[in-house]
Design a protein around this ligand. Structure first.
Ligand code: KG4
Ligand code: ZN
Length: 336
């Protein structure tokens, strides 16, 4: 079974060719960092235009690298949401045209399901498990019982974790996207120089809130600018901020395991590329005898292989009808 995956939900144009659900024959990603970095964040109008410019070449390269011909494709899987509509529509319309002209089935995939199942590109995880999905748009904890069976246990009430990394990097004028830059700077700083607040919310809550932390970073930067806290370097702020985020993520993740009485964990999404987060989860899991799984960094951030993978399983357990395919539409706030 050969699946062509297409992902354009935000600022990465990606196409992948996947064999039998886990063998990645190609996974081409054209990122738009150069376009958006001068604005310190993704500009939706520009993202859509960039997708239009690169999608054909990205798909062509994915096919070329996979050594497959377009007619070898058995199924086209495309992200239909959540995301920026102007970005999603580029991938969706391209996928529709391809599937229609090839007379092959087309399946719409929820981007979050792609993140949740990305681990299956590397190894099979026994169900049920707890998944922490941490990306630029989402910070969610799910109980995953089976392919297609997901129960949300907690989510952010304001900013996503990745978004807070991006905003803090912007406040410090460090560039975009903020996650990898903050991670690099944090390695050079002292997290104990300033203790940033942790929002644990109500007792036993599995929800998150990062807006207070962001405001706290802003206040500290302002104080430093007027001559207070001058011993606090950008690196120290990055380290203190990152530690505060990780502290909350790890705390809630293990609380979810306790509540659901589960000891298997998957951490996924762009922020899961963060080594300090991976190490913190792995250390606590080790102490408690839990098993934890992390997709490789390239499979944590947005990519079409995870969409092809989710499409493969969705098709296996619930194949789309022709009507589903014809009426597929993009949805900015698609729920899982
Ligand atoms: O999953 P993703 O590629 O796109 C969305 O679905 O949002 O996640 C992108 C987010 C960005 O906010 C980026 O700053 C963050 O993931 N990110 C990281 C790291 N690499 C990417 N955050 C922390 N540490 C990283 N190494
Ligand atoms: Zn994503």
């Amino acid at each position: 079974m050969i699946v062509l995956g297409i992902e354009t939900s935000c600022d990465d144009t990606s196409a992948a060719v996947l064999e039998n659900g886990s063998n990645i024959l190609s996974n081409v990603i054209a990122d738009q960092t150069a376009t958006h970095s001068k604005y310190g964040g993704v500009v939706p109008e520009l993202a859509g235009r960039c997708h239009i410019e690169s999608i054909d070449l990205v798909i062509t390269n994915a096919l070329k690298q996979s050594k497959k011909k377009i007619n070898d494709i058995d199924l086209v899987a495309v992200t239909v949401g959540p995301g920026l509509v102007s970005s999603l529509l580029v991938g969706l319309n391209t996928a529709k045209a391809l599937a229609f002209s090839l007379q092959k089935p087309l399946i719409g995939v929820n981007h979050l399901e792609g993140h949740l199942l990305a681990i299956f590109l590397q190894e099979e995880v026994e169900f049920p498990y707890i998944a922490l999905t941490v990306s630029g748009g989402h910070t969610d904890i799910y109980r995953v019982d089976d392919f297609g069976s997901y129960k949300i246990l907690g989510r952010t009430r304001d900013d996503a974790a990745g978004e807070s990394f991006d905003k803090v990097a912007k406040m410090l004028d460090l560039g975009y996207p903020g996650g990898p830059i903050i991670e690099k700077r944090a390695k050079l700083g002292d997290p104990l120089k300033h203790q940033f607040p942790r929002a644990f919310l109500e007792k036993d809550s599995l929800d998150f809130s990062f807006s207070g932390l962001k405001t706290s970073v802003r206040n500290i930067i302002s104080k430093r600018a007027i001559g207070n806290l001058t011993n606090l370097s950008d690196n120290d702020i990055a380290a203190g901020f990152q530690e505060a985020v990780i502290d909350v993520l790890v705390n809630k993740l293990f609380l979810a395991c306790k509540k659901e009485n589960l000891n298997r964990i998957v951490v996924t999404g762009g922020v899961a590329a963060n080594e300090a987060l991976r190490n913190a989860v792995a250390a606590k899991a080790g102490l408690q005898g839990f098993k934890c799984y992390f997709p490789n960094a390239v499979l944590c951030t947005d990519n079409a292989a995870m969409i092809a993978c989710a499409g493969y399983y969705k098709n296996k357990y619930k194949p789309p009808s022709i009507a589903d395919t014809l009426y597929l539409d993009a949805s900015a706030n698609l729920k899982l």
